[in-house]
Structures are given as structure tokens and as C-alpha cells.
Write a protein that binds this ligand. Structure first.
Ligand code: PFF
Length: 450
């Protein structure tokens, strides 16, 4: 089949919003606030910002430049920029990481969709905390609901991705991301007006330097990685639709800053709401699906707050999910020479099947607990602690040593004429020496340190 010419982003803004959309997701609203609260507040934030500057931004630049240089999917990107063959395996690992995360991310995203619906129809209002806890257990332990939710969410993502890079991904990211931010800002105003919220904010930003140690710094880097969607080809694939004259360093700075700011906004919403009611910051699902709805239920117009919150989470997850899907979609489309539509159908079906174990992890498959975790947590653990750092490590080694820091540096400077030579030089040192060491350490620690 003859393919139409490869698409490119319609506008710089569209590209930035799509990439920020990929970065902003469950990681910002769910992991980040808990992590900051538990690991020393403002002190953790300082470490996080150092990790952003030292690892996050340089790696985002590396992935974007590899994508733009090769103008192809994540597997061929490595093949086409190396003299010898076999390097595509790094891309295949990244695609596998995307598939693994996608399989359980779609399940959790499906729950946000169900809760958005329950919130909107007023069914969460008036439920006590206990009743909310029971509702969540019922939904997650059921056989059918998690599968339906996952299928619906994948269906929405598939429809967007099938419409194409500009008419689907760019268009919907341009609508969904700003809407999500507006919803979050409305929630922020509501949350900081709660009595006791100021106390929460002060606690969130406290400078508890004692809480920061080496392990915490590693955790911060892991979170930077997950939050910026690095290591699984999403940024690379989005970079492959960039035109030659876009400014990669400037865009990377913009995208990462937006992601950090949105994570902070989400953190402030969650912390002020919970603090005002003296609720402990629980990790993960309980925080989002039980504690926060209980807080909303104490407020007038509770259905409105629950709706805004779960819609913002649904939109954030959707723009992340489409980026995972596009990674796999581009590989299938370009490797097998399939049409976009056929490839989206195949990828969605594959992800749905791959996600069944995670969807049923609390229900019929609750007895299967590899390494003492349920299946959903297990996939999260394997992907976040092993696959992402490994594929990130191989990517920086590839960019620094195989494709070569000179060629990569040239690609980065293209469209960024004013980039000071010193910045390019420092970037090269980070990618060639510092990032591989840090990532190797994160990998070893992520697997054996837990
Ligand atoms: N960055 C997203 C989040 O923080 O929730 C998660 C994510 C999206 C990871 C897309 C990887 C990816 F390719």
C-alpha cells in the first residue's frame, strides 16, 4: 500500500500542547502530591527541580532530536541513525515499555471515567467515606466493570489516534489540555478557600532537609522520568512529527516547565483539600477514589467538585494514553505498511487483551501475586523500575556513543541558532557521561533496592 506523506504538526503550539498532554497524567495528580508530602515537602521539590534540570530536560532534548532527525517510528529511529544494525532493539524495548504501561494505565484511566460519570450524575454525593470505600472495592473487584471501563477508554483514545496526528492528536490535545488546566484552577481556588488549607500548603512546601537523602533523590529522578513520558518512545515519536526549523531546546524547556507547574497545581489542590479535613495522604488509588470524594461530599455543590476533579483526571489521562498509543501505532503502521486505521484497531485490541490481567487484578485474579504484588502493581513495578530506566539508559548510550554526540548536537542546534555553545557542550557531557551513570544507578536500585 502506498502511504500518504508522513504528517507533521500543524503548529508549534499544537506540538507543545500534545507533548505537555502526554507528560501531564495520573503521575502528576496521583504520584507527585504523595511523593512531595512524604519526602520532605519543599526540600523534595528542590531535589526534583535539580533532577528536572540535570536529567529531565537533557533527555527530553535527546529524544526529540532523535525523533526529528529520523522522522520515523521508535524502532526505525534507532536503526536509521546507526551504521550497524540491531539498534532497533532499543526502540522495541521502548515500545514494549509503552505497551506494558498502557495496559494498566488504561485500566486506572477507565476508573476515572466511571467516577466522572458517577460524579456528574450525583451518585457520589451523600456517600460516607465507608460507602465510598465499598464502592471502590466493588468496582475494582468486579469482573465486568474494569473491563468495560478499560474498553471505553481505549475506544476514545483509538478514535482520536485514528483521526491522525493533526486532525486527532493535535486537535484534541489543544482542547483537552487547556480545559484540564482550567478545571484544576477552579478546584485550586475552591481548595485553598477551605479552612485549614493554608496550613496544608505551608506543610506541603516545608523545607524538611532531613527527609532528603540519596534514595529520595533517586525517587525524584524516577518520577521525572515517568512524568515527562521519557524512555518509552512517546517523546521520540512526537518529535518525529516536528519540522526541521523548530527550536528543540526552547520547546523542551517550555514542555517540562508546564509539566512541573501543573504537577504543583495538582499537588496544592490535593494537599489543601486533604489537610483541611485532617486526612492522611494515602498512596495511590485510595487517595483519588475514596479520600478526595469524601472531602468533596462535605462541601456545598459536592457533585460539581467531584465532576470537575474526575473530568480533569480523565482529560489528563486521555492525552497521555493517546501518546502511548501513537508510539505503538507508528511502529505497526510503518513496519507493516498498514493504514492508520487498521493499525489503531490492531493496537487497541492488543492493548485491551494485554490489559485484562491488570483489569482483573483486584477481582478474579487477586490470588495471583508475583513478588507479593497484585498484577496491576506488578506491571507498574516492572515497567517503572526496570523497563523505563533500562530503555532510558540504552537511549542515552545510543545518542551519546552510537549516533554520536556531534550529530545529535547538530540536530539540536538546527532551529535553535541562538543556543549558546556552552549549553550544547554541557548537554553533551550530561548525555554522554552523567546520564548513563545516573540511569544505571536508578536501574540497579529500582530492581534490587526494593
Ligand atoms: N507522563 C504520564 C503521567 O505522568 O501520568 C505517564 C506517561 C504517559 C508515561 C505517556 C509514558 C508515556 F508514554
Amino acid at each position: 500500500m502506498q502511504h500518504p506523506p508522513r504528517e507533521q504538526w500543524h503548529s508549534r503550539l499544537g506540538f507543545v500542547l500534545a507533548t505537555v498532554g502526554s507528560a501531564v497524567g495520573l503521575g502528576n495528580v496521583w504520584r507527585f502530591p504523595t511523593m512531595v508530602s512524604r519526602r520532605g515537602g519543599g526540600a523534595f521539590l528542590l531535589v526534583y527541580l535539580v533532577a528536572v534540570a540535570a536529567v529531565g530536560i537533557p533527555l527530553m532534548m535527546a529524544e526529540l532530536s532523535l525523533g526529528r532527525r529520523s522522522q520515523t517510528n521508535v524502532v526505525d529511529a534507532f536503526e536509521s541513525t546507526s551504521a550497524s544494525s540491531g539498534w532497533g532493539l532499543i526502540g522495541a524495548l521502548a515500545a514494549l515499555a509503552a505497551l506494558t504501561i498502557l495496559s494498566y494505565y488504561a485500566v486506572i484511566a477507565g476508573w476515572t471515567l466511571i467516577y466522572g460519570y458517577l460524579g456528574m450524575t450525583g451518585q457520589l454525593a451523600n456517600l460516607s467515606s465507608d460507602a465510598l470505600g465499598q464502592l471502590f472495592s466493588y468496582l475494582t473487584q468486579n469482573t465486568l466493570w474494569p473491563l468495560i471501563a478499560q474498553a471505553m477508554f481505549l475506544g476514545m483514545s483509538a478514535a482520536i489516534v485514528a483521526a491522525g496526528v493533526t486532525a486527532g492528536i493535535e486537535r484534541y490535545s489543544t482542547i483537552l489540555l487547556p480545559t484540564m488546566v482550567i478545571l484544576l484552577l477552579v478546584l485550586l481556588v475552591r481548595a485553598i478557600l477551605l479552612p485549614g488549607a493554608a496550613e496544608g500548603v505551608r506543610w506541603f512546601l516545608r523545607l524538611d532537609l532531613q527527609a532528603v537523602n540519596f534514595g529520595v533523590a533517586l525517587e525524584a529522578m524516577g518520577q521525572v522520568f515517568f512524568s515527562f513520558s521519557l524512555g518509552m518512545g512517546a517523546v521520540l515519536t512526537y518529535g518525529s512529527y516536528l519540522s526541521r526549523d523548530d527550536d528543540i531546546p526552547q520547546n523542551s524547556l517550555l514542555i517540562t516547565t508546564a509539566d512541573v507547574v501543573i504537577a504543583l497545581l495538582a499537588g496544592l489542590v490535593v494537599v489543601s483539600a486533604l489537610f483541611a479535613f485532617g486526612i492522611d495522604l494515602d498512596v495511590g488509588a485510595g487517595l483519588i477514589f475514596v479520600a478526595l470524594p469524601s472531602v468533596f461530599n462535605t462541601l456545598p455543590a459536592s457533585a460539581l467538585w467531584a465532576t470537575l476533579f474526575f473530568l480533569s483526571l480523565t482529560f489528563a489521562s486521555l492525552t497521555s494514553l493517546i501518546s502511548f498509543m501513537e508510539v505503538l501505532n507508528a511502529v505497526v503502521m510503518e513496519k507493516l505498511n498498514w493504514s492508520r486505521r487498521a493499525s489503531v484497531v490492531a493496537v487497541s485490541a492488543g492493548v485491551f487483551i494485554g490489559g485484562i490481567p491488570s483489569a482483573l487484578a483486584e477481582g478474579p485474579l487477586a490470588n495471583i501475586t508475583p513478588a507479593g504484588m497484585n498484577l496491576l502493581d506488578f506491571f507498574d513495578f516492572v515497567a517503572s523500575n526496570a523497563m523505563l530506566p533500562l530503555s532510558g539508559l540504552l537511549t542515552v548510550i545510543f545518542v551519546g556513543w552510537v549516533w554520536g554526540i556531534e550529530s545529535a548536537g547538530e540536530e539540536i542546534t538546527r532551529g535553535a541558532i541562538n543556543l549558546p555553545a556552552a549549553i550544547r557542550h554541557i548537554w553533551g557531557i550530561i548525555i554522554k557521561y552523567a546520564a548513563p551513570l545516573v540511569l544505571a544507578y536508578i536501574l540497579i536500585n529500582g530492581i534490587w533496592g526494593n
